[in-house]
Design a protein around this ligand. Structure first.
Ligand code: NAX
Ligand code: ADP
Ligand code: K
Length: 440
C-alpha cells in the first residue's frame, strides 16, 4: 500500500467532501495528536502552542485530551482564534491560555502554530520565541507540519526547529516528502481522521515484483542491453545492478573489453539493437562525449532507460515522444534538458514528463517519479550516504532490469527507487556504489 499525498488545496477539498463535519475532523485530529504525543513522549509536562487558524484549533483539542489523560498541560497562543472551528475548540478548553511571548517552557512542546495555511515566514519575534521554547524542550511534536514549512513546496518559509515527531492529518502533504522540509519532520506518523484521500500522487511503497515463472528461461526473464561509452566503471556498475535485479541476461556492447564487468555479463563488439528480445536498452552511464550512442539508442523500438550524459545530449524533450523512455536526471541534468521550470519540484517533474512523454525519475535526497499521465511517486527518505559517485549508475541498472522483466515504466521506476534506498540502508554509511550491488 502506498500512501496518498495531497496538496493543501486537495486536502481542503477532501475535508469539505468528508461524510462528517469539519468539527469532527478537528476533534479526531486533536485527539490523535494528544494520543500520539503521549505515546511518543510518555507523561511529561506539555506546552501546546496554538496559532490563529485550524492548526491552532487542533492544539486546543489536543490540550483538552491531554488534560483528560492526566497530563500537566498548558496552552500558549500568539493571537485569538480567527476561524469558527478554532474558536469552538478554544471555548472547550477550560484551562488558562497564556501569551506565547511570556510562556514558560515545558519538556514536551507541541507545535500547533501553523499547518497547511501558512502563507509567509513567521515574524522575527515569533520565530525566535518558538526556537527558544524548542531549545528548552526535550521533545518537539508538530501538528500536521512543523510551523514554517510550506505544505506544497517543502520550502522553509522560516528556519524552523526540527520536530522529533510530526503527525500528518488525513494524508501526507508534499512537504512531508520534499527537501528541505522532509529533514525537519523527525518521525512521521499519519493520523486517519476519516477523509477519503484520493490522489494521483503517492508515497512510493514496497513494490510487488513480477514472479519468476517456473518455466522461465534467461530471455523470458528479461534482456537488458547496455551501451558502453568512455567510462567503463559506470557501465560495470549499471550492468552489475541489472544482473542482480533479476534480468535473465545482461549484455554490454563495447568497442574494447571491460575488465570490471561481472563474468555473468556478456560483452559484445556490435550493437544489434534490432534484436526483438531486448527488454530494455540502457544508455548514458559512463557514456562521455559520445552523442552518437544516444542517436543509436533512439533508433531502437525497445523500452529504454536514459541516464547521465545521454540526458544532456537529448536536446529537445519532445525528441523522446514515443520512445517509451525512462529518464533518470539529477538536478543538474534535469535543468540542462528542461531548463528552469516554474513551480515546486513536484510540478517541475510532472511538466518534464508531459514535455518528453517519458517517465522522469527526478533524483536527489527527495527523488520523485513522474509519469506523463499525471501520476507522481515520492520516494520515502533514503540514507544521505547515497550521495557518492556511481550510485546513480546502480539505480539506472536496477530500473532497466525491472523494465526488462516486464514491469510498466512508471512502476519499474518507482520500484527501482524504493529498492535502491533500501539497499543503501542495508549497505550502511561506509558504502561505495560497488558495495550497493551486494545488497540488491
Ligand atoms: N479544515 C479542516 O477541516 C481541518 C483542518 N485541520 C487543521 O487545520 C490546518 C489548516 O488550517 P488553516 O487553513 O486554518 O491554516 P493554519 O492554521 O495553518 O494557519 C492559517 C492562519 O494563520 C494565518 N497565517 C498564515 N501564515 C502566517 C504567518 N506567517 N504569521 C501569522 N499568521 C499567519 C492565516 O492568516 C490564518 O489565519 C491543517 O494543517 C490541520 O492542522 C485539522 O483540524 C483537520 C480538519
Ligand atoms: N542526500 C541524499 N539522500 C538520499 N539520496 C541521495 C542523496 N543524494 C543523492 N542521493 C541519491 O543518490 C543517487 C545519485 O545519483 P547521481 O547524482 O546520478 O550520481 P552518479 O552520477 O555519481 O551515479 C540518486 O539516486 C540520488 O537520489
Ligand atoms: K504545526
Amino acid at each position: 500500500m502506498s500512501r496518498p499525498i495531497l496538496t493543501a488545496a486537495a486536502m481542503r477539498r477532501a475535508e469539505a467532501a468528508a461524510p462528517v463535519g469539519l468539527d469532527l475532523l478537528m476533534e479526531r485530529a486533536g485527539q490523535s495528536l494528544a494520543e500520539a504525543a503521549l505515546r511518543f513522549a510518555g507523561p511529561m509536562p506539555a506546552l501546546v502552542l496554538c496559532g490563529p487558524g485550524n492548526n491552532g484549533g487542533d492544539g486546543y483539542v489536543a490540550a483538552r485530551h491531554l488534560a483528560k489523560l492526566g497530563l500537566d498541560v498548558r496552552v500558549a497562543t500568539l493571537a485569538e482564534p480567527a476561524t469558527d472551528l478554532a474558536r469552538a475548540a478554544r471555548e472547550q478548553w477550560t484551562g488558562r491560555v497564556e501569551a506565547l511571548a511570556t510562556a514558560e517552557p515545558a519538556p514536551l512542546l507541541i507545535d500547533c502554530l501553523f499547518g497547511t495555511g501558512l502563507k509567509r515566514g513567521l515574524e522575527a519575534s515569533l520565530a525566535s520565541r518558538f526556537k527558544a521554547l524548542a531549545a528548552s524542550a526535550s521533545l518537539l511534536v508538530a501538528a500536521d507540519l512543523p510551523s514554517g514549512v510550506e505544505a506544497d513546496s517543502g520550502a522553509l518559509l522560516s528556519d524552523v526547529p526540527a520536530a522529533d515527531l510530526t503527525l500528518a492529518f488525513g494524508a501526507l502533504k508534499p512537504a512531508h516528502r520534499l527537501m528541505p522540509a522532509m529533514a525537519r519532520m523527525g518521525r512521521l506518523v499519519l493520523a486517519d481522521i476519516g477523509i477519503a484521500a484520493d490522489s494521483q500522487w503517492h508515497e512510493i511503497g514496497a513494490p510487488v515484483l513480477p514472479a519468476i515463472a517456473a518455466d522461465a528461461h534467461k530471455y523470458s526473464r528479461g534482456l537488458v542491453h547496455a551501451l558502453a561509452g568512455t567510462m567503463p566503471g559506470a557501465i560495470a556498475l549499471s550492468a552489475g545492478a541489472a544482473a542482480r535485479s533479476g534480468a535473465g541476461y545482461v549484455r554490454v556492447s563495447t568497442s574494447k573489453p571491460i575488465a570490471a564487468l561481472p563474468l555473468a555479463v556478456v560483452q559484445t563488439g556490435d550493437a544489434k539493437l534490432s534484436d526483438p528480445r531486448i527488454g530494455c536498452l540502457l544508455v548514458g552511464p559512463g557514456m562521455g562525449d559520445l552523442p552518437q550512442l544516444l542517436t543509436l539508442a533512439l533508433t531502437s523500438h525497445a523500452p529504454k532507460v536514459i541516464d547521465a550524459d545521454a540526458i544532456r545530449h537529448v536536446g529537445e524533450p519532445a525528441r523522446l515522444k514515443g520512445q517509451d523512455a525512462i529518464l533518470t536526471p539529477h538536478a543538474g541534468e534535469f535543468s540542462a534538458l528542461f531548463g528552469e521550470l516554474p513551480g515546486t519540484k513536484a510540478e517541475q517533474a510532472l511538466a518534464a514528463a508531459e514535455a518528453s512523454g517519458a517517465v522522469i525519475v527526478f533524483k536527489g535526497a527527495d527523488t520523485l517519479v513522474a509519469a506523463p499521465d499525471g501520476r507522481l511517486g515520492f520516494a520515502p527518505p533514503a540514507p544521505a550516504w547515497l550521495a557518492t559517485a556511481g550510485t546513480g549508475d546502480v539505480l539506472a541498472g536496477i530500473i532497466a532490469a525491472l523494465r526488462a522483466r516486464g514491469m510498466p515504466a512508471f512502476e519499474a521506476a518507482c520500484a527501482g527507487v524504493w529498492l535502491h534506498g533500501r539497499a543503501a540502508e542495508r549497505a550502511g554509511p561506509t558504502m561505495t556504489a560497488d558495495d550497493l550491488l551486494a545488497h540488491l
